[in-house]
Design a protein around this ligand. Structure first.
Ligand SMILES: NC(=O)c1ccc[n+]([C@@H]2O[C@H](COP(=O)([O-])OP(=O)(O)OC[C@H]3O[C@@H](n4cnc5c(N)ncnc54)[C@H](O)[C@@H]3O)[C@@H](O)[C@H]2O)c1
Length: 276
């Protein structure tokens, strides 16, 4: 981007940094992979969607590695790819996540819950653990974990998903306490209402309408998902927030949860009518 004839420094905010993005093949992770690469980062997309991930990696000059975050050795191998590729790991974005089984807590399937926790919680623990090993003893690094508005407010997602995302807030604060002495910042990012495949599928499931059009769901989300008139969440909103956290601009921010929700979780929306 040209600004008054000068190349914007915003395009090179991660110049030369090595970043792993789990769940980077599509959705929010893919938007972030594109933005990080555009800002000069060497990006490694770590996902289970091999074809989609490889295609995107080729498009943006990134690397792709098959990595099921629930499997610790896969995550360790992804970190090894970073170390052999460029000798360092600067940014670990633990973004991979899955939605939960809907239904009453009284009928909750413990098997389904454990499956979700294996990805959404253990997957992030694996990411923090192996990133920390690679970053300790270096000049530091940045770890970002994708939580959710469902960690801040009840009733936005399934019980299993909500508990998994809330667990990340505690994990991030705890890891930030330890890793700060190594110059490693650890933060959460909590999106809300981003029209990804995950959100569309979750809406269909919760509303019990498997045939609902994605466009209709996006409209519903846009109407209820933000305090900002005419503004709903886009993947790029979350990508830009991650870029900020990953960059030196956020050098004094650690143990934080950056909520990207257009103010949704800050207000009791049923009372908004008093301002209209
Ligand atoms: N979309 C939203 O509104 C929203 C809101 C809050 C939080 N989030 C979180 O944002 C993150 C990205 O979600 P999204 O909305 O882009 O969904 P998405 O379904 O579009 O993308 C999820 C990505 O994670 C990958 N993935 C799933 N399981 C994996 C595993 N075991 N190992 C490696 N990769 C795996 C998928 O293949 C996919 O590429 C998730 O952690 C999600 O919980 C999303």
């Amino acid at each position: 981007m040209e600004l008054n004839g000068c190349k914007s420094f915003y395009e090179q905010r991660l110049k030369g940094r090595v970043a792993i993005i789990t769940g980077g093949a599509k959705g929010i992770g893919a938007a972030t992979a594109k933005l990080f690469a555009h800002n000069g980062a060497h990006v490694i997309i770590a996902d289970i969607l091999d074809d989609v991930g490889l295609t995107l990696a080729k498009q943006i000059g990134a690397r792709y590695v098959h990595c099921d975050v629930a499997c610790e050795s896969d995550v360790e191998a992804a970190v090894d790819v970073a170390l052999t590729w460029h000798g360092q790991l600067d940014i670990m974005l633990n973004n991979a996540g899955v939605e939960g089984p809907s239904g009453s807590i009284a009928a909750m399937s413990m098997k389904e819950m454990k499956k979700l926790v294996a990805v959404n919680v253990c997957g992030v623990v694996h990411g923090i653990k192996h990133a920390a090993r690679a970053m300790m003893g270096t000049k530091g690094g940045c770890i970002i974990c994708t939580s959710s508005s469902a960690a801040v407010m009840g009733g936005l997602a399934s019980h299993a998903y909500s508990l998994s995302k809330a667990a990340l807030l505690g994990l991030v604060r705890s890891a930030a306490c330890e890793l700060g002495v190594h110059g490693i910042r650890v933060n959460c990012i909590s999106p809300h209402g981003v029209p990804s495949d995950m959100l569309v599928n979750a809406y269909r499931k919760f509303l019990g309408k498997p045939d609902l059009e994605a466009d209709d769901i996006q409209r519903m989300v846009a109407e209820s998902g933000s305090l900002l008139k005419g503004r709903s969440a886009a993947m790029e909103d979350v990508a830009r927030a991650s870029l900020f956290l990953a960059s030196d601009d956020a050098g004094f921010i650690t143990g934080h949860n950056l909520v990207v929700d257009g103010g949704f979780t800050s207000a009791h929306t049923t009372l908004r009518f008093i301002y209209q």
